[in-house]
Design a protein around this ligand. Structure first.
Ligand code: NG1
Ligand code: ZN
Length: 541
């Protein structure tokens, strides 16, 4: 470690304004003007993480996802495309807060090297990409300064969706192995998805065109490129694709806006019966929707995507008679499991348990938790209600798909479809474009309308609100975010309110990405849901 080089480089990125940084659910995320020292520290940390993985490539994504355009953020990606391992999140926090002086940063670097027994002679490889935020390019430059101060190599992929960055990281680190994931290029990404989609939908009548809201973000140009690879296998119309005008990113549009407001985005004409979807600002989330003839808005959210996918995979596996090899030598049917969070609509959980008869596991909010829990199944389907999620296939499941032939033409066709799904689905991370094609593939295969999909179960009315509090750190969630241990006594008051409503459910948790606490409520009717939600907001405030 060349301490004079690090000190000299830090002088251009010194943290002077007293902000306290914290690596949260989605990395660091805040007003972009505050992020310069953070980016420098993340560059340093990425080098240490790569060295600790013996030179494997680490990803850095610069994005604030669905948050306003003036915000930005940064998160680190592990070699197989997963989120940064939890034990390193506290190093990230410490290092960012140590950018106040050379002595402080050198001391923290040294403590990480010792704690993790890092061999500094190892090489370090980093790849970085960013969304379309105007602040992105300068922040990448600060990151590069950090990487180079510790002697790491960095490749800048420029503008990418978050899932594309995760994809290239996984491709680079699996190259030449049995689990090679593909070519680490943007073109190969589109090609992989498009080929799998074409194969799985081949011979089926096309669905009506899908209206796609690009949230005026990186998902829009990515969709246009993907569209070229899909050719006439997929018909769509893209709106909200202006990535050049300031102030438009995520403004009254995108997956988060549509999910929370339960209305169509600005900039989209939606006629009754038309099919539509919204991506978020970095294209890792998607929700679908349509309006009925009487103009009622119907949202098909992450819960609906998860049930559609799980049901489809189970049907295919049963018609394909898939058996999975177990460690004890036995071969048993494919086990599909679903992972949800407290934000999943109660009706979806009941449908999964009672109708699909699929096991469901609950984790705290944040995809890293869901991803981990999904790995326990042969096929783990995980989605947050907001449309962020994917499907994971275990190595044993993939082996079963590859080695089965099928005793009938129908079984062989189902096996082929399962194999295509493993290519179509981005298993590194939730991916709006991949999830969009997954949904469209299932609906095409089943010739199912949005209305029919929506009727699988009826959502309970729900409401989500944000409350600004003095210190969100005072709110301590427990039991997979469904209750609070602190402030003392608050949970008892919430329970008293919930008990007044039929099918009432309500929980409060601090956001990991914004300086607020979130209140979520569900009840039998819209009116009761609103009353429950607003009453609890009043108690929290
Ligand atoms: P926070 O701000 O911690 O609620 C939000 C989403 C998460 C996840 C992260 C990362 C909700 C209620 N919360 O987290 O599910 O997607 O952003 O982007 O949607
Ligand atoms: Zn996002």
């Amino acid at each position: 470690m060349d301490s004079s080089k690090i000190s000299a480089a830090l002088s251009a990125h010194l943290h002077t304004n007293g902000t306290v940084f914290q690596y949260g659910t989605a990395g660091f995320r805040m007003d972009a003007t505050l992020l310069d020292p953070v980016m420098f520290s993340v560059g340093l940390l990425a080098v240490l993480r790569s060295k600790s993985h013996k030179g494997k490539t680490i990803g850095v994504m610069v994005t604030a996802s669905h948050n306003p355009e003036k915000d930005n953020g940064v998160k680190l990606v592990e070699p197989l495309g997963e989120m940064l391992v939890q034990s390193w999140e506290s190093y990230a926090t410490k290092l960012a807060n140590a950018t106040t002086s050379a002595d402080a940063i050198l001391a923290v670097l040294d403590s990480i090297v010792k704690a993790e027994s890092i061999d500094l002679s190892q090489p370090a490889h980093i790849v970085v990409a960013r969304d379309t935020r105007p602040s992105g390019q300068a922040l990448v430059a600060s990151l590069i300064d950090g990487v180079q101060a510790l002697g790491g190599h960095i490749k800048d992929y420029g503008l990418f969706t978050t899932p594309q960055l995760h994809y290239v990281v996984r491709c680079i680190n699996t190259a030449g192995t049995a689990s090679a994931y593909g070519e680490p290029t943007e073109e190969a990404y589109y090609e992989k998805l498009a080929n799998a989609f074409k194969k799985i939908t081949d011979g089926y009548p096309r669905l009506s065109p899908l209206l796609i809201d690009g949230a005026n973000g990186i998902g829009a140009p990515a969709m246009e490129k993907l569209g070229k690879y899909l050719g006439d296998s997929f018909s769509y119309q893209l709106v909200n694709k202006d990535i050049d005008s300031r102030g438009k990113l995520n403004f009254d549009s995108g997956a988060d806006f549509v999910k929370i407001k339960q209305t169509k985005p600005l900039g989209m004409d939606l006629a009754p019966g038309q099919r539509a979807c919204s991506l978020d600002g970095d294209a890792d989330r998607i929700v679908f929707y349509f309006i009925e003839q009487d103009n009622t808005f119907r949202l098909l959210d992450g819960d609906k995507i998860a049930t559609l996918a799980a049901d489809f995979i189970m049907d295919l596996a049963s018609s394909a008679e898939i058996l999975v090899q177990r460690d004890d030598g036995s071969r048993t049917p494919l086990q599909v499991g679903l992972v949800q969070t407290a934000y999943a609509n109660g009706s979806s959980t009941a449908y999964v348990k009672d109708t699909l008869k699929v096991p469901v596991v609950f984790t705290p909010t944040g995809v890293k938790h869901l991803h981990h829990a999904a790995e326990a199944f042969d096929v783990g389907v995980y989605f947050e209600a907001n449309g962020h999620g994917t499907v994971l296939f275990s190595p044993a499941a993939i082996h079963a798909f590859k080695s089965s032939t099928g005793s009938t033409p129908a079984a062989a066709k189902s096996i082929e479809a399962l194999r295509c799904l493993t290519d179509l689905i981005n298993q590194a991370v939730g991916d709006a474009l991949s999830d969009m094609l997954l949904v469209e593939a299932v609906l095409t295969y089943q010739q199912k309308s949005f209305s029919k999909w929506n009727s699988d179960y009826t959502d309970l009315p729900s409401r989500q609100e944000k409350v600004k509090v003095a210190n969100r750190g005072d709110f301590v969630p427990i039991k997979a975010d469904t209750e609070l241990s602190h402030p003392l006594g608050l949970q008892g008051k919430i329970n008293e309110e919930v008990a007044k409503f039929s099918k009432g459910r309500c929980f409060v948790r601090p956001s990991g990405t914004e300086d607020i606490v979130r209140v979520y409520a569900e009840a039998a009717t819209r009116d009761e849901t609103d009353r429950l939600c607003y009453t609890v907001c009043g108690i929290v405030f």
